[in-house]
Design a protein around this ligand. Structure first.
Ligand code: XMP
Length: 221
């Protein structure tokens, strides 16, 4: 199945690379190496705390950048943060949803064309899963583009898939946290998020291609 999905790749990749490093050159080198082979690169506080928001623009040369800032604050503050990410060329932003409809709506409004993904369950066993159903409702009402649901906890991933109508699901928890990439995709993940298994491997590109071919081998046959 070949089709254009963004300006960076010709073949759709199902992998979002979690680039959790501090060092600027390491970040840019990794982005340059894997950027064309992934759907997006997700960055989190480690990259930002060391380098500032400007790195979003620099990394955007190589891939779509999703800022995993796990927003959880009042509407004014989440709007200010989202606006800044947009200004620097972010492709997407991740927000919590437990802060409720007002905050999440503020993120969606400020995001404009940027994709908003909201967290409705986490890859950590200790997450408070009893409100997941409500978080999905809030997320749908706020108009998010996608949901974050765990790739290593099949019961909750399946539940999120069943309760969310038509929203994209992106799933961390594959690799270092124990989840299996093919299982996650079969249960409903549209994209899997993989960090340490790739950037800590001796050959990140080869490791990434290994993940990609395991998807292609099992799902496209
Ligand atoms: P690893 O190294 O474990 O990286 O492959 C995973 C990345 O995803 C983030 N992460 C999560 N983000 N909900 C989220 O929104 C989750 O349940 C979750 N679990 C992990 C993690 O911070 C890292 O960037």
């Amino acid at each position: 199945l070949l089709y254009m999905h963004n300006k960076y790749t010709t073949m759709e990749s199902k992998i979002i690379f979690a680039l959790d490093v501090y060092d600027y050159n390491t970040a840019v080198d990794l982005a340059r190496t894997v950027g064309e082979k992934v759907f997006a690169i997700k960055i989190n506080w480690p990259v930002i705390l060391e380098n500032g928001i400007k790195i979003v623009r620099d990394l955007s040369k190589y891939a779509n950048i999703i800022c995993d800032f796990k927003l959880a604050d009042i509407d004014n503050t989440v709007s200010m943060i989202t606006t800044k990410v947009k200004e620097y060329g972010g492709y997407g932003i991740i927000s919590h949803s437990f802060t409720g409809l007002n905050s999440l709506k503020a993120v969606v409004k400020s995001a404009g064309n940027m994709k908003v993904f909201s967290v409705v369950s986490m890859s950590q066993e200790s997450y408070l899963d009893n409100i997941t159903e409500e978080l999905i409702k809030i997320s749908m009402e706020a108009g998010v583009y996608g949901l974050v649901a765990p790739g290593n906890r099949p019961y909750y991933l399946k539940k999120v898939k069943e309760l969310s109508e038509g929203l994209k699901i992106i799933s961390p928890g594959v690799g270092a946290q124990g989840g299996d990439i093919v299982n996650a995709m079969l249960l409903g993940s549209d994209y899997v998020i993989i960090g340490r298994s790739i950037y800590n491997s001796p050959d990140p590109l080869e490791t990434l291609e290994g993940f990609s071919s395991s998807i292609n081998n099992k799902l496209n046959k």
